[in-house]
Design a protein around this ligand. Structure first.
Ligand code: URA
Length: 236
């Protein structure tokens, strides 16, 4: 890959900025000053330093966001802020998008990436990727309602939900629910089907990812290597 393409695709500088920096002698490749921006490098092996900053090649970006209320899971929206608005300016040049959707008032774990293929595989209904949500309902649920919700209920459009698992808290009006699918407003509609109402919903896991407790609402971080590997394994 050309040096200028490598640095611009990493979001470090535009191609013309790379050329200018190369001419100034501000770029080294494997410890040697490189004055020609069209030089071919090996993105996985060459040690590139741009203006004193070491640049590691990343084909894709993977971001864990703790979604706050009021943001929509979209790349753009005419009305509301999107989850991408929570990322700093330098990420705007990548084709990032949210992997899956959370409702505007749902909180918690959201994966944002530019890896379309991995995202597609993680969201495919065939893969049954598990998602766990902490919830609170308006009314406590009975054992019969819990069993119904777990074995499958019929939603308002006639869809029969797949089995889910509920861990109820002692008060019976809150707990955790784990689904292997993600229909529109699924958990809210599941609880409506038993004449109840979800009043708090926060996703805490997505496949192998667990919401990082150190992230405040609206905060994000890039996934570490282990998390990326686990996601790739999950999507196989
Ligand atoms: N189920 C819902 O009802 N809303 C979400 O955001 C996610 C799951």
């Amino acid at each position: 890959m050309r040096l200028d393409k490598f640095l611009s695709s990493m979001g470090i500088a535009s191609r013309s900025e790379v050329s200018a920096a190369a001419r100034r002698g501000a770029i080294t490749v494997d410890g040697v000053v490189c004055r020609d921006a069209s030089t071919h490098i090996d993105p996985d092996r060459s040690a590139v330093v741009f203006c004193g900053r070491s640049v590691t090649y990343k084909k894709y970006r993977y971001i864990m966001l703790n979604k706050p209320e009021g943001y929509v899971s979209a790349t753009e929206d005419g009305k509301d802020p999107t989850v991408l608005d929570l990322l700093p300016e330098e990420y705007k040049k990548f084709n990032l998008f949210p992997c899956g959707r959370l409702d505007k008032n749902t909180l918690g774990l959201m994966l944002i990436t530019d890896n379309g293929e991995l995202s597609h595989r993680l969201l495919s209904p065939k893969r049954h990727v598990k998602k766990t949500y902490v919830y609170r309902s308006k009314f406590p649920i009975t054992d019969e309602e819990k069993e119904l919700l777990e074995s499958g209920v019929t939603l308002d459009d006639g869809y029969e939900t797949k089995p889910s698992v509920i861990e109820l808290d002692s008060g019976r009006d809150s707990g955790k629910i784990t689904l292997t699918e993600g229909k529109y407003h699924q958990i809210k509609r599941m609880f409506e089907s038993v004449n109840n109402k979800i009043i708090y919903l926060e996703r805490v896991t997505f496949g192998p990812l667990v919401l990082d407790a150190s992230l405040g609402r609206g905060e994000w971080r890039e996934l570490n290597e282990n998390e990326i590997k686990a996601l790739e394994e999950h999507a196989k």
